[in-house]
Design a binder for this molecule. Structure first.
Ligand code: IPM
Ligand code: MG
Length: 362
């Protein structure tokens, strides 16, 4: 059966990097028999400009009827002064909520070829393989009430609400524990239980989930310490599970351990493993349109899509092999460049992955 993939490039470098990922998909379709069709839709600032809303109905509809979604990035200077309700980021958050994509998987893996690109010493990061499981449809990102109000004395006050139901904590906990079962069997749950009641509950529910997984070693860490440990001794971690906002912050931090945020893919899954796939970096308006962005995180997001949602692990392996080969060949976009390597742009990097893919035809 033909699988449908919604392609949502979005804004800034999203457009450039998704174009390269589409080349990879097209190669798998034409040369390796991957049975897919694609349809492109508008999201973020581009959707706002064309339709007046960052998540037009037809885009949500397309995402719902597709088997998987590939997203680039949203946002940019141009839309920063818009009301928050129609800012590009709302398009992304609306998709996550509208499709109930509560489980965000953000693997931080160091490619050995890039050990020199990390700002940390090679011995601290070599062999790094962490999976951050971030709750994605709850917490302070979505909690009500929220807004800016004017107090009796005329002063304005901003407020947001951190809320989690037991069921929301339990289901993200189970995702993390299931993943850990297939890896190093260790889960570190990150919270701020010393200050925030909501995350005290988080800790209790994680303890409850652990009772169903006797093989897993569960530990807890406060988020401030977790941020410190990530840069001090990151290899102590196997799977980390945390709230929406803590996961947002810690995953950027973990990304830099691997040399560049331009290398990290992500999956956002619903309860049936339907998913949206995107690089964890943003739209990088400072370098948009220059053809220098690293498309590998997006290309690796396609590999995750094939593995987690489309049940096409052999195709995922091919992409990952091709990316490895390109790195072996010394090709580097500016974000991962080091002395002696060959500096290439976005399209050259995408083309090199496709060339290496084609070489894998048996
Ligand atoms: C991410 C991004 C988004 C988030 C923004 C663009 C809304 O930073 O996916 O990590 O905060 O979740
Ligand atoms: Mg982020």
């Amino acid at each position: 059966m033909t699988k449908k993939i919604a392609i949502l490039p979005g804004d800034g470098i999203g457009v450039e990097i998704v174009a390269e990922a589409v080349k990879v998909l097209e190669c798998l379709r034409a040369d390796f028999g991957l049975n897919i069709e694609t349809e492109t839709g508008l999201i973020g600032g581009a959707a706002y400009d064309a339709k007046g809303h960052p998540l037009p109905d037809e885009t949500l509809q397309l995402a719902k009827e597709s088997d998987s979604i590939l997203l680039g990035a949203v946002g940019g200077y141009k839309w920063e002064s818009l009301d928050i309700s129609v800012r590009p980021e709302k398009g992304l958050l609306g998709l996550r909520a509208g499709l109930d994509l509560f489980a965000n998987l953000r693997p931080a893996i160091l490619y050995p070829q890039l050990a020199d690109a990390s700002t940390l010493k090679p011995e601290i990061v070599s062999g790094l393989d962490i999976m951050i499981v971030r709750e994605l449809t709850g917490g302070i990102y979505f909690g009500q009430p929220r807004g800016v109000r004017t107090l009796d004395n005329g002063e304005r006050q901003g407020y947001n609400t951190l809320v989690y139901k037991e069921s929301e904590i339990d289901r993200i906990g189970r995702v993390a524990f299931d993943i850990a079962m297939k890896r190093g069997k260790r889960v570190c749950s990150v919270d701020k239980a010393n200050v925030l009641e909501c995350t005290e509950l988080w800790r209790q529910v994680m303890e409850g989930v652990a009772k169903d997984y006797s093989d897993i070693e569960l530990s807890h860490m406060y988020v401030d310490n977790a941020a410190m440990q990530l840069v001090k001794a990151p290899k102590q971690f196997d799977v980390m599970v945390t709230t929406n906002m803590f996961g947002d912050i810690l995953s950027d931090c973990a990304a830099m351990l691997t040399g560049s945020i331009g290398m990290l893919p992500s999956a956002s899954l619903d309860i049936n493993s339907k998913g949206m796939y995107e690089p964890i970096h943003g739209s990088a308006p400072d370098i948009a349109g220059q053809g220098v962005a690293n498309p590998l995180a997006t290309i690796l997001s396609v590999a995750m899509m094939l593995r987690y949602s489309l049940n096409e692990a052999a195709h995922a392996d091919r992409i990952e092999k091709a990316v490895n080969n390109v790195l072996d060949q010394g090709l580097r976009t500016p974000d991962i460049y080091s002395d002696g390597m060959q500096k290439v742009g976005t399209a050259q990097m995408g083309d090199a992955v496709v060339t290496n893919l084609k070489k894998l035809v048996n």
